[in-house]
Design a protein around this ligand. Structure first.
Ligand SMILES: Cc1cc2nc3c(=O)[nH]c(=O)nc-3n(C[C@H](O)[C@H](O)[C@H](O)COP(=O)(O)OP(=O)(O)OC[C@H]3O[C@@H](n4cnc5c(N)ncnc54)[C@H](O)[C@@H]3O)c2cc1C
Length: 432
């Protein structure tokens, strides 16, 4: 059991999870010094997360940024599954639940690039927090041994100069290719598997409203499977921006994936558009994975979000799951700072967050991507229990509310492990 009060924390990675963690930790009292190190020169602009479920929304509210997110983002109302010919199979209409209490924490669309810019701006307003770009973590000098009283990183700064950074704890929020994870767990560091089918994600200005398309649709097809989700609403439907993410054939190089995009759009989108009928704002190929690390804590080094676990993006569980880690770590550090928890609460963090991934995030996201390309669209309603529930929920509002609140299962209250006020004695944690 290590000394619990914190005077300094290093966060590796200024992506959405690292920045949000820094913003929340800046409110701890007494406030530890928080240093964020990022290898890149600036924020990542790639087309990634857009949709956030209720656990993330709750934390955005706690961090004081929800109002701006809701002002510049939007809450999708209609989500459905379709066949390639556009035929609607089943779906949700969230507008029917407007008086049902879901609005407050409801699914929200906001580009992750904007989220990071907002978080960086808020972080910079806080004293005691610094973001250091062009600082690449290359080594771990101490922190893994239970006897270590601090953790130290080797960091390559601008011009290749190497410096040692030391803190009470290090949190690796350095993404799917995490260096911190490799330094903790070596080469065999990430159990799980990678899908052989790659995906291509685009942000595209196109008019899909004229086909009666809803805010989000998942198209089930063995060849042309994809998601088309409105991510920017405009009065002129021709200027609406859609996230169009589609599956591709295994074995293609990134160059081939990019070259095939025009052909894919023409074959799969309604109206078979030529390039002159839309404008691509960004596009990126991705390999997708289902992986979770065996330990999210070793000594004074922790992992969170993509550095700790990955899932495919269909269903928006990637960053939402990462943000759940951030909220969990915040509660653990808060308990330690208040003196009502010792460092064993960080073992609880490792146990619970891994369980969430194994029991919920992995099976749900796996079913989501399998449904799109391995399910027969003509038989999906007969064979897929989830699709049957969504169909039933079209007329059963109670069930609809229940299904759409399912994300709340990812939230775990770590304060139940805080030391009881009357407990006295040695730092015995409740329920550990
Ligand atoms: C196409 C696509 C769509 C997605 N859509 C959704 C969605 O709708 N909803 C959702 O919840 N999730 C979604 N996701 C997942 C989501 O984007 C990721 O989970 C999220 O971006 C991960 O954030 P992060 O902060 O953990 O890591 P990252 O955003 O990857 O940030 C890691 C940071 O660490 C830095 N770094 C890396 N190595 C080092 C080092 N050695 N030293 C210092 N710094 C380092 C990097 O420069 C980077 O800035 C999607 C993903 C993809 C690919």
């Amino acid at each position: 059991m290590a000394n619990s009060q914190l005077s300094s924390i290093i966060i590796v990675g200024a992506g959405p999870s690292g920045l949000l963690l820094a913003l929340l930790l800046a409110d701890l009292s007494p406030r530890p010094t928080i240093t964020i190190l990022d290898a890149a020169p600036t924020l990542n602009e790639a087309p990634r997360a857009t949709h956030y479920g209720s656990p993330a929304i709750q934390l955005f509210r706690k961090a004081g940024i929800l109002e701006e997110i809701r002002r510049d983002g939007y809450m999708p109302e209609k989500i459905c599954w379709r066949k390639l010919n556009g035929e609607r199979i089943c779906g949700y209409d969230r507008s029917l639940l407007h008086d049902g209490g879901l609005d407050g924490d409801g699914l929200t669309v906001y580009w992750v690039g904007r989220l990071c810019a907002l978080l960086e701006r808020e972080v910079k307003k806080r004293t005691g927090v610094s973001v250091q770009w062009d600082h690449k973590v290359t080594g771990l000098k101490s922190g893994l041994d239970p006897q270590d009283t601090s953790a130290a990183l080797e960091v390559e700064g601008p011009g290749g100069k190497t410096t040692t950074y030391t803190a009470d704890y290090i949190v690796g929020c350095d993404g799917g290719n995490s260096t911190v994870r490799r330094l903790m767990h070596g080469q065999r560091n990430f159990p799980g598997f990678s899908w052989d089918v790659p995906i291509v994600a685009t942000n595209t200005m196109i008019d899909l409203d004229r086909f009666g398309w809803e805010d989000t649709q998942f198209v089930i097809d063995p060849v042309h499977w994809f998601m088309a989700a409105r991510i920017g609403a405009h009065d002129d439907p021709k200027q609406n921006i859609w996230r169009i993410s589609y599956g591709e054939k295994a074995g293609l190089s990134n160059e081939e994936l990019m070259e095939r995009q025009e052909m894919k759009f023409e074959q799969m989108l309604p109206g078979h558009p030529k390039p002159s009928e839309y404008r691509i704002l960004n596009k990126s190929p991705y390999r997708v994975h289902q992986r979770c690390v065996e330990r999210m804590r070793v000594g004074r080094v922790l992992l969170a979000a993509d550095a700790a676990h990955l899932c495919n993006p269909f269903g928006g569980l990637g960053l939402t799951g990462g943000i759940v880690d951030v909220g969990a770590l915040m509660q653990c550090f808060e308990g330690m700072q208040k003196g009502v928890a010792d460092d064993r609460i960080l073992d609880k963090y490792c146990e619970v967050q891994r369980r969430m991934w194994h029991d919920i995030i992995n099976p749900v996201s796996t079913a989501n991507i399998r449904r799109l390309h391995l399910q027969d669209p003509d038989r999906v309603l007969a064979e897929d229990e989830m699709m049957q529930l969504v169909k039933k929920a079209e007329t059963d509002l109670e069930l609809s509310r229940e299904l759409q609140s399912a994300g709340d299962m990812l939230v775990y209250d770590y304060t139940q492990h805080y030391r009881r006020a009357s407990g006295g004695g040695d730092a015995v944690l409740a329920k550990l």
